[in-house]
Design a protein around this ligand. Structure first.
Ligand SMILES: *Cc1c(COP(=O)(O)O)cnc(C)c1O
Length: 385
């Protein structure tokens, strides 16, 4: 097959399976409303869990940062792009999360790729939860290290896989809160298993940071665990983008030598680092605490209401509340009916989730009001008739 034939065949296959992906350009997609073509919907598909993407202090900090530093960093952090704004944000993150060091990355995807590529060699073994995010599994499958996957949240399966040592080292990989299911990993038991076998643990807490734990310190804090490598991202509760890896001094020094996503890529704009520090301050403040409480009360109200309606919920206690539908066409049709009733939800289909588990991934945020959750339940009730 020529390139063109191969591309056409791949696209046709996606179309035939109701799995063709399209983007929609919106006028506004974060916060309480999604706005498009002058119309608006209640937004149940953003990861802006605390509503901070629209927070006046975060917006002002970005503006002030741009006025002071300009809009770009001008280079890789290894050349001239690492400013005092980046340094201060790293120091604040390290102090907040109780690690010696934090290193900033431009995205969670880049951080996960960089860490796994820099650490794992051909004699090593990566042992990842089967439902880990694509950025982790992709990095692991591109790595020369052996990749084994353990059954989702199954600590005894993890233990069995770790029990036979490879020639090199082992790194266990999981998430704090799973992105498509919303459930939490048993981090204490997982860390115990890795420690016993001499493996290291890497936790990606994209969906826990800012939202759970004291001061929003995340899933590890909530479960009193300190993995050797903690990845936090700023595209969710922080309401912006970017990521950081929290680690020891020596691991940070090692990543600065060998993490190619850091060395060969332009540092995030310093203004963004200023805005991220403002978001961190909000997260740690009473304002952040109130937002977490608002979100928690929306989650409780949604789960209570959904149970009353007889909807099947997962055991997620997080802002991610999936309704598993099954087939792609059913999930798309249900999402469409909800949109017709003013609620914007996204159908998530394979390969993002396992085949036969197409779902609506509903996300609740502190930007919602109590009546929004009631409206969602009412519309779900009607759409499922
Ligand atoms: C969103 C997400 C990422 C990617 O982070 P970005 O900063 O958006 O690139 C990584 N891991 C998990 C678990 C995520 O949900």
């Amino acid at each position: 097959m020529s390139w063109q034939q191969r591309i056409n065949a791949a696209l046709n296959e996606r179309r035939a399976a109701d799995a063709f992906r399209r983007r929609v350009a919106v006028e506004h997609g974060a916060g309480r409303w999604l706005q498009r073509d002058g119309e608006r919907w209640l937004n149940f598909s953003s990861n802006d869990y605390l509503g901070l993407s629209q927070h006046p202090q975060a917006v002002a900090a970005w503006q002030e940062g741009a006025a002071r530093y300009g809009v770009g960093s001008g280079g890789s952090g290894h050349v001239s792009g690492y400013t005092v704004a980046h340094q201060q944000l790293e120091a604040s993150l390290a102090e907040w999360l109780g690690y010696p060091r934090a290193l900033l990355f431009i995205s969670g995807f880049a951080a996960n790729q960089a860490v796994i590529a820099a650490l794992a060699g051909k004699d090593d073994r990566l042992v990842a939860d089967r439902l880990s995010h694509a950025s982790l599994l992709e990095a692991a499958s591109l790595s020369p290290a052996q990749l084994r996957r353990f059954t989702h949240n199954d600590v005894s399966h993890l233990q069995r896989l770790l029990a036979t040592a490879p020639d090199g080292q082992q790194l266990a990989i999981t998430e704090g809160i799973f992105s498509m299911d919303g459930d939490a990993a048993p981090l204490a038991a997982i860390h115990e298993a890795t420690r016993t076998s001499g493996a290291w643990l890497m936790v990606d807490d994209a969906h826990g940071i800012g939202v759970t734990g004291a001061q929003g310190r995340g899933s590890c804090d909530a479960q009193n665990v300190r993995p050797e490598l903690l990845v936090v991202t700023f595209g969710k509760a922080f309401g912006q983008s970017g990521a950081a890896v929290l680690c020891s001094d020596t691991v940070a020094d090692y990543l600065l030598q060998f993490a190619r996503h850091l060395i060969y890529s332009t540092a995030m704009p310093p203004a963004q680092a200023v805005a991220l520090r403002a978001a961190l301050e909000i997260i740690r403040s009473d304002d952040g605490q109130q937002r977490r409480e608002t979100l928690a009360s929306h989650i409780r109200a949604f789960r209570r209401g959904a149970r009353t309606l007889g909807l099947t919920l997962t055991d997620s206690q997080s802002a991610i509340q999936p309704l598993i539908v099954g087939e792609n066409d059913q999930a798309l049709a249900l999402a469409q009916r909800l949109r017709e009733q003013g609620c914007w939800v996204t159908a998530i289909r394979p390969p993002t989730v396992p085949a036969g588990t197409a779902r609506l991934r509903l996300t609740l945020t502190a930007a919602h009001q109590g009546q929004d959750i009631e409206r969602l339940l009412e519309v779900l009730h009607g759409a499922r008739q």
